[in-house]
Design a protein around this ligand. Sequence first.
Ligand code: NDP
Length: 451
Amino acid sequence: MSEAAWDYDLFVIGAGSGGVRASRIAAAHGARVAVAEEFRVGGTCVIRGCVPKKLLVYGSHFAEELQDAANYGWTVEKMTFDWAKLRDAVLRDVDRLNAAYTSTLESNKVERFLERATVVGPNTVRLASGREITAKYILIATGAWPVRPSFPGAEHAITSNEVFHLETLPKRVVIAGAGYIALEFAGIFNALGCHVTVVNRSETLLRGYDAALRDRLLQITMARSIEYKFNCPFERVEKREDGSLAIHLGGQTQALEADVLLVATGRRPKTDGLGLEDVGVELGEKGEVLVDATGRTNVPSIYAVGDVTDRVQLTPIAIREGQAFADRVFGGKDTRISYDCIPSAVFSQPPLAAVGLTEGEARNRYGSVKVYTSDFRPMKNIFGHRPERGLYKMVVDAASDRVLGIHMIGPEAPEILQAAAIAVKAGLTKAAFDDTVALHPSMAEELVLLK
Ligand code: NDP
């Protein structure tokens, strides 16, 4: 088939972070591009993830700031909080971003189909309206979707999709899971004055992060009145006539009472009913699209980027994968993505952030490692009469002095870590940190004063 015989050069399914980046870059390289989106342009991060979540973190953090304000001479009279106002303001910002992403696609002449698309051939998609469209390449960028655990009454729970739309602020929130979403919303609801209980199936929280940081987060958040129940399976949930929930957990004699049960037990690639298996695309155990290092599936005309591939479920990675795909396939550039030293953060309260190897990983891989820590009480906390301490940890290869990982918990940890991640990625040594003059007074200066 000649190039012009295809309806488009590229048909993208899913207008989230990866899909939008791939669409606009492919179009900028001269490709004729169309994208289908069944919900809203912008995807999880913009519509029901990172962005609205971060705004809720900012919104809830005022509770602490306003409390501390008195120490700085401010008198704040009659402090009240209106959930509906914050919620609606956040949702308006989501509308703004949705419009901005839409206009990016328009200005790059990417055609949009706001309906579901499925794959019906190696070069053919079918829209919900029944129309079939052909394309030289198809890119799957449908992202991931919250997993809803199966126990009787699970339908009474909400997921991170619905949490942004709550009618009222619940008094009691139970959160299932102790990962990113669970800890971030535990922090938001706790700061807004709700009673929060985090229930996890295992005895750990934030699996994968350095143990010292996880312990510190647990300690601080417990002191802030968040309750934890570990090794607790959900048995059943009953909804009472007044709308409240009775949550029965394994090994607990008394049911937990709650107004909202938020399940945050992971996100699964969104490939159900997409037609991929029917056209021979190989999927993994969780339904993830299996791809090679260039994002190509076993069907040569079909590629995938972002969460749907279940490699690293982070927005900046989806964006890089989308960019690399478009540059390679339509721009003739062999861009490869490095999955090494990806910085990450949990916007819990306080937040934590990390890059590189944890102490445990480094010991397993390198044998002899040196660990430097700073366990300090930030000036802001001292003045605010808060006992909470920050903890910074640097893991260094004893043989080469190279910094293998940095792990931080404390105010503004994600902001500080982003810059430090450059040094770790660049393979700098502990001596290079020591050579750098401290910027005083700051929390970040701890990084160059580690002894
Ligand atoms: P996570 O993978 O972070 O955590 C899942 C939690 O649920 C863990 O505590 C896990 O337990 C538990 N769990 C997993 N499976 C089950 C199950 N079948 N039944 C009961 N409990 C279970 O998932 P999230 O949903 O919080 O977030 C999904 C992804 O989204 C993250 O992995 C991350 O990539 C991304 N994300 C990133 C954010 C950021 O960058 N700040 C913010 C939000 C999401 P266990 O203790 O056994 O691990």
